[in-house]
Design a protein around this ligand. Structure first.
Ligand SMILES: [Zn+2]
Length: 234
């Protein structure tokens, strides 16, 4: 699910599917299905799956980042999914974009009520917005990547800018959590050049002379969200 279950109220919070917020989704679904259910944030499920037997297998600290329509995150340490005292662990999509340039300071509003959230930059919708601002053309993230592969200069510019932003975000995460591996999922994780280019950008920003963690695509792809949801029963 998008969002999480509040640790005090049991109600959904922080969901971009806004009609779910403040609803007792777990109880409601459980009633309809007439059986107990487990429910968790989609990026948390994704990271749990990848840490269990995917790209984060046998790693101590695994960060998951879903770069889809928005930007979700999850954290698994020693095989344990960390959801946090307030169910907001790994919600770095709603931190500010780190080391923002002058242009990036003029950031759009986010559905969460703040301005300039990471999610507004490193997501399919963020990429579309940036490309539209540059070209006045509406394209999806996938279309922009395809145009870049064909050599279209505006698309190449925006894919490079996106890569730099993702690198800064991961460096920022590394300075707090220092993961062994960062696993990327979602549509933008299909940009193959990310895996060659991100380590250098991360190294440039991280507070360490050497950085030898990994950034890898999801082993199980989008299926990790459902596989991780099943793992909630382990
Ligand atoms: Zn936000």
């Amino acid at each position: 699910m998008s969002g999480s279950i509040g640790t005090v109220s049991n109600m959904v919070k922080n969901s971009c599917v806004s009609f779910l917020n403040d609803k007792d989704l777990k109880e409601d679904v459980s009633k309809v299905l007439q059986r107990p259910i487990k429910i968790a944030n989609d990026a948390n499920c994704f990271t749990l799956s990848e840490a269990y037997d995917g790209s984060g297998k046998n790693k101590k600290v695994v960060c998951g980042i879903i770069l889809g329509k928005g930007c979700g995150g999850g954290l698994v340490i020693n095989s344990n999914l960390i959801s946090g005292a307030n169910a907001i662990t790994a919600e770095w999509g709603h931190n500010s974009l780190p080391w923002a340039t002058f242009d990036e300071n003029n950031a759009p509003a986010c559905y969460c009520g703040l301005k300039g959230c990471i999610e507004q930059w490193i997501s399919g919708s963020g990429l579309s917005r940036c490309y539209e601002k540059r070209t006045k053309l509406k394209k999806t993230g996938k279309e922009i990547y395809e145009l870049a592969q064909k050599g279209e200069s505006n698309a190449i510019f925006e894919i490079n800018a996106l890569t730099d932003r993702i690198g800064r975000v991961i460096a920022n995460i590394c300075n707090v959590i220092d993961p062994d591996v960062v696993v990327l999922g979602g549509g933008l994780s299909n940009i193959n050049s990310l895996y060659d280019e991100l380590p250098e950008i991360i190294q440039k920003h991280v507070f360490s002379q050497t950085w030898h963690s990994q950034v890898l695509p999801a082993y199980w792809g989008d299926a990790s969200i459902l596989r991780g949801a099943a793992r909630l029963w382990d």
